[in-house]
Unconditional design. Structure first.
Length: 251
């Protein structure tokens, strides 16, 4: 995840600041646990929101005196911790987790939070769903030790969407959905099936990878990289399909 906040050359990763003396958790703006983030030169509210997994509107609600269009360096912003105390790591600001090259995404109904932890690049990569109210941990099963999670998001109907692909520099892989209530994991677009579909469309790919997706209402728009040879530069094509994986068509 690339943001100005996390990628400034020579600037240390965001540190979780101590709560000022005399300020109790109940005195913090808004409700629920939060940590203080110190604004650095080049930060924007959108970058802080993407890194912490907290919507811009929620950051504004927690910081009513903040000017969203002009953040002052050294200004302190309260960022809510999305994980409940029972999850076992309430003191870890999610901005710090994403600074370790992971991702954090909250479901539309705010019931679940998905945490992609890749803090040890190339060695550790886990995808876990937390139920915010109970703190229950729901690991998302991987299909192999040579695969890693690469993108994470939520569908409007409450299913986790993710791309699972080969470890290394390859940019994409297989698009899956995961239901945190039932624990069911479903393959929506596999490279093998996509090759068959594309050949019927007149393409001749040997390698296909889903590189991004965007869920809207009951449809998913996803982007695929096509290569006729592993050394080729990819060609990209966008497709649209239903949340169930049927009715796939060119965007």
């Amino acid at each position: 995840m690339s943001t100005a906040m996390l990628r400034q050359p020579g600037v240390a990763r965001p540190a979780r600041l101590p709560i000022p003396a005399g300020l109790s958790p109940n005195d913090r703006p808004g409700r629920g646990p939060a940590f203080a983030y110190l604004v650095r030169p080049g930060d924007t509210l959108g970058a802080i929101a993407r890194a912490s997994g907290v919507p811009v509107a929620e950051l504004m609600r927690r910081n009513p005196a903040m000017n969203q269009n002009f953040l002052r360096p050294t200004e302190r912003i309260w960022v809510p911790d999305l994980l409940p105390a029972s999850a076992g790591e309430p003191a870890v600001g999610l901005a710090q987790r994403t600074a370790q090259q992971g991702e954090v995404r909250m479901s539309a109904d705010r019931r679940f939070v998905a945490v992609l932890d890749s803090s040890i690049k190339g060695a550790s990569n886990t995808l876990t769903v937390f139920e915010r109210k109970s703190g229950k941990r729901i690991p998302v099963p991987s299909d192999g030790s040579d695969l890693v999670w690469k993108r994470v998001g939520w569908s409007p109907d409450g299913r986790l969407l993710a791309i699972e692909g080969p470890r290394g520099d390859a940019e994409g892989g297989t698009l899956i959905s995961f239901d945190p209530l039932s624990g069911d994991k479903t393959v929506l677009v596999s490279p093998q099936k996509a090759i068959e579909d594309l050949r019927r469309e007149g393409y001749c790919p040997e390698i296909v990878e889903v590189v991004s997706f965007r869920p809207v209402k009951d449809r998913i728009t996803f982007r695929m990289a096509l290569r006729e040879d592993p050394t080729d530069n990819p060609r990209y094509t966008e497709w649209v399909m239903s949340m169930e994986g049927s009715e796939r068509r060119r965007a």
